[in-house]
Design a protein around this ligand. Structure first.
Ligand SMILES: Cc1ncc(COP(=O)(O)O)c(C=O)c1O
Length: 419
């Protein structure tokens, strides 16, 4: 049985006519994002220690409940032991920056392997990377800095949880907490970088800063590549619901699906918190629109007020639908996944991870929206479980059990459990 909260909430929905009837991936977008160019990231990241593909789960229990054919959930809770897909982007961005800088300093092109194996350790140690974050990107940057041996400073805003701060400090980063929101932390980090000759490694892009964030999006394609290999050969996806923060994840997934599947790509739906709906408002206004985040969403990773310049160029024409959801939907979805109601085993899904699940349930609970999105008994939907319990304390509060307690109930091999 679905929680009754889905019948009571307000879901904002906007259909983007610009994306209707699009055929092949437009040539001009290849300059922004090109799957061929991303292969370098895939080759590199899959050689890192502890790399292994994350699981693609079937949420059969939920599909049955919603009256649709299938739901696939990419479970990023185990990615590199950092607990989110973000570990694919920030750490790879650090490596690309180091490659660029070391090549400049030694006067010849150096390769990734020589940085990875410490051939330039003394030079690398002198470089400082800096970033602003809600948590997951910063953790990835801090981890990358430790892996490759440079210094790392991370800016966080007033509402970032203490647990997320500690996780970055444990990876060796100096963490600076500022008084404002995420967008303020981006500005303050940029100023500190300027003052000290440090290097910004951001997961968002803006005019004049597009080179490094391109690598972040390339890193995310590791996940898309794994999904292509893991999806059963006879399944043709009809829909995908993707979380939107600044849009980097969505931009990479949209670009990947569009370029690899052309006109046969699934209907692309972006989901955002109603408190931080910069992509939604940008689509509605037909241009990038800044949203002031007054109250932070529980979906911390998605609590952003400004779209990424690069991502927006893909998403403005490639996104079919935009949705916003309220925070009330998050805890019920986390609990149902933890209880093993939706898949063949319990799933540890963090606050931002369940945004796609929640939006899909909400859409299917509203006949008009279900119809508008053409969700029916033939639909095959892909969702991204973008994080696990990245803040263990928040997870325990929302789910009522710790992630360790939930993990202790796994695996429930081949046992079909319905709640
Ligand atoms: C867990 C999680 N999901 C989704 C997102 C959204 O990604 P993006 O900001 O690239 O849109 C983030 C961003 O930090 C995140 O941490």
């Amino acid at each position: 049985m679905l929680d009754t909260v889905y019948d009571k909430v307000q879901i904002d929905y906007f259909h983007n006519p610009v994306a209707d009837g699009q055929g092949d991936y437009p040539a001009q977008l290849k300059e922004i994002f090109d799957v061929q160019a991303c292969k370098r990231a895939v080759t590199e990241i899959s050689q890192w220690p502890s790399y292994r593909a994350t699981e693609l789960l079937s949420l059969d229990g939920l599909a049955k409940e919603l009256g649709i054919a299938g739901i696939y959930y990419k479970d990023e809770s185990t990615r590199f032991g950092l607990g989110s897909f973000k570990s694919l982007g920030g750490a790879y961005e650090v490596l690309c920056l180091l490659q660029q800088q070391i090549s400049k300093r030694v006067g010849q092109q150096v390769n990734f392997a020589s940085i990875r194996n410490g051939s330039y350790a003394e030079l690398v140690k002198e470089i400082t990377v800096i970033s602003a974050t809600d948590g997951n990107h910063g953790r990835s940057v801090a981890w990358g800095a430790r892996l490759f041996g440079c210094q790392c400073v991370i800016y966080i805003h007033a509402e970032v949880s203490a647990g997320r701060q500690t996780a970055m400090e444990e990876l060796g980063a100096e963490v600076v907490r500022i008084a404002g929101n995420y967008d303020d932390s981006v500005v303050e980090a940029a100023k500190r970088a300027d003052d000290n000759g440090w290097f910004i490694v951001s997961d968002t892009s803006y005019e004049g800063y597009t080179d490094l964030p391109r690598h972040v999006m390339a890193g995310y394609t590791v996940m898309a590549n794994e999904i292509s290999a893991q999806l059963p050969a006879d399944i043709q996806l009809t829909h995908t619901f993707v979380q939107g923060g600044v849009g980097g994840l969505a931009g990479a997934m949209c670009g990947y699906l569009w370029q690899t599947l052309g006109g046969k790509r699934p209907r692309f739906v972006i989901v955002e918190p109603d408190r931080a709906d910069c992509l939604f408002q940008s689509a509605r206004n037909g241009e990038p629109t800044v949203v002031k985040v007054v109250e932070e969403s529980v979906m911390a990773g998605m609590s952003c007020g400004k779209v990424s310049f690069l991502a927006w160029q893909i998403l403005s024409c490639g996104t079919n639908d935009f949705m916003t959801i309220p925070d009330e939907l998050i805890a019920p979805a986390m609990r149902s996944l933890a209880d093993g109601c939706y898949a063949s085993r319990p799933v540890i899904a963090g606050e931002s991870a369940v945004a796609g699940v929640s939006a899909l349930i909400a859409a299917c609970s509203d006949p008009e929206l279900k119809e508008a999105l053409q969700l029916n008994e033939s639909s095959q939907v892909l969702l991204y479980g973008t994080e696990g319990a990245t803040d263990p304390e928040i997870y325990r509060t929302l789910v009522g059990r710790s992630a360790d307690e939930v993990a202790a109930t796994m695996p429930v091999a081949n046992e079909d459990k319905s709640c």
